[in-house]
Design a protein around this ligand. Structure first.
Ligand code: ADP
Length: 261
C-alpha cells in the first residue's frame, strides 16, 4: 500500500525521448503532496503530454525515477493513477456508452476474463454520480459535449479508485460552464485528498485557480506560486518572442527583449 509520509508523486531527473535525437524531457524533478492540486504550464511542444505518459507508464523514460506514493510501478500498472488524456488523443467513433467507459476503470479489479460483478457496477455508478453524469449513463460517449466527455473520463479514474489524477488539457475546447463543472468536481476531490496534476496552456486560468504552477519547456523552469513562476524573465525563457499575460487584472506584454538584452 502507500508508504506513510511519501509524496503522492515524486519525479527525479526524468528524461524521455521519441528517439529522434531531440529529448522531449530533460532532468525533470518535482514532488506533489497528497491532496495537492498543481498545474503544469508551458508552450506547445513543451513536453506536458509526454510527462503525463511517462508518469502513467505509457511511455518509457530514459533516465530518472517516478515514484507513486513511494513505490515505482510497472508500465501501465498503477491503479493509484487515473489518467484523463487530451480529447484529441481519444478515438470518439468507438461505439461505447458512457457506462462502458466508466466500467473500463474497473478492468484491473475485474480482470480481463471475468464478468463485472455487482461491486464493479456499484463503483461505476457511484463514480458517475460524483461527476453528475448519471442521466447520461446509457448514451454513446460520442454524443456528449467535450465537457461531459471529460467528466466521464474523470469518473472512469474514480471507478478505478485512483487517488492521483492526471488531466491533460481538460479545458481545451470546453465552454465556461463546463469548465466550472470540472472545477467543482476537482474541489470535491480535494476534500477527499485526491491529488490532481493538470496541464493547461491557459496561463490566466492557471494563475487564478491554482496555488502551484510548474513551468515546463523540456526542462522544469520554475515551480511555485504563480507570482514567482510567471515572471517576465521566466515567461520569455519558456515562450520566447512576445506574450501577453494578465497581472492584477491588467494585460502585461512580455517580449524576449525585456529580459534578455
Ligand atoms: P505538449 O503536450 O507540451 O504540447 P508534447 O509532450 O506533446 O508537448 O511534445 C513534446 C515534444 O515531443 C515535441 O517536440 C513534440 O513534437 C514531440 N513529440 C510528441 N509526440 C511525439 C511522437 N509521437 N513522436 C515524435 N515526437 C513527438
Amino acid at each position: 500500500m502507500h508508504i506513510h509520509d511519501a509524496p503522492a508523486l515524486a519525479l527525479t531527473a526524468i528524461a524521455a525521448s521519441y528517439g529522434n535525437g531531440k529529448p522531449a524531457l530533460e532532468e525533470v524533478s518535482f514532488t506533489v503532496a497528497p491532496g495537492e492540486r498543481a498545474a503544469i504550464v508551458g508552450p506547445n511542444g513543451a513536453g506536458k503530454s509526454t510527462l503525463f505518459k511517462v508518469i502513467v507508464g505509457l511511455m518509457p523514460h530514459t533516465a530518472g525515477d517516478v515514484l507513486v506514493h513511494g513505490h515505482s510501478h510497472h508500465a501501465g500498472d498503477c491503479p493509484s493513477i487515473g489518467y484523463v488524456p487530451q480529447r484529441e488523443a481519444v478515438d470518439w467513433s468507438f461505439p461505447v456508452t458512457v457506462m462502458d467507459v466508466v466500467m473500463m476503470g474497473r478492468v484491473k479489479e475485474i480482470g480481463w476474463l471475468r464478468r463485472a460483478g455487482r461491486a464493479d457496477r456499484e463503483a461505476a455508478r457511484a463514480a458517475l454520480e460524483q461527476v453528475g453524469m448519471t442521466p447520461q449513463a446509457v448514451r454513446p460517449i460520442a454524443d456528449l459535449s467535450g465537457g461531459q466527455q471529460q467528466r466521464v473520463f474523470i469518473a472512469r479514474a474514480l471507478a478505478q479508485r485512483a487517488d492521483v489524477l492526471l488531466l491533460d488539457e481538460p479545458f481545451s475546447g470546453v465552454d465556461m460552464e463546463a469548465q466550472a463543472a470540472i472545477f467543482e468536481i476537482l474541489d470535491h476531490l480535494r476534500e477527499r485528498e485526491v491529488t490532481v496534476l493538470l496541464s493547461t496552456h491557459d496561463l490566466q486560468m492557471a494563475t487564478t485557480r491554482f496555488d502551484r504552477l510548474l513551468l515546463l519547456n523540456r526542462r522544469l523552469l520554475a515551480d511555485g506560486p504563480a507570482v514567482s513562476v510567471l515572471t517576465p524573465e521566466r515567461l520569455a525563457a519558456a515562450y520566447g518572442g512576445r506574450l501577453t499575460v494578465w497581472r492584477d487584472g491588467q494585460p502585461l506584454t512580455v517580449t524576449t527583449d525585456d529580459c534578455c538584452p
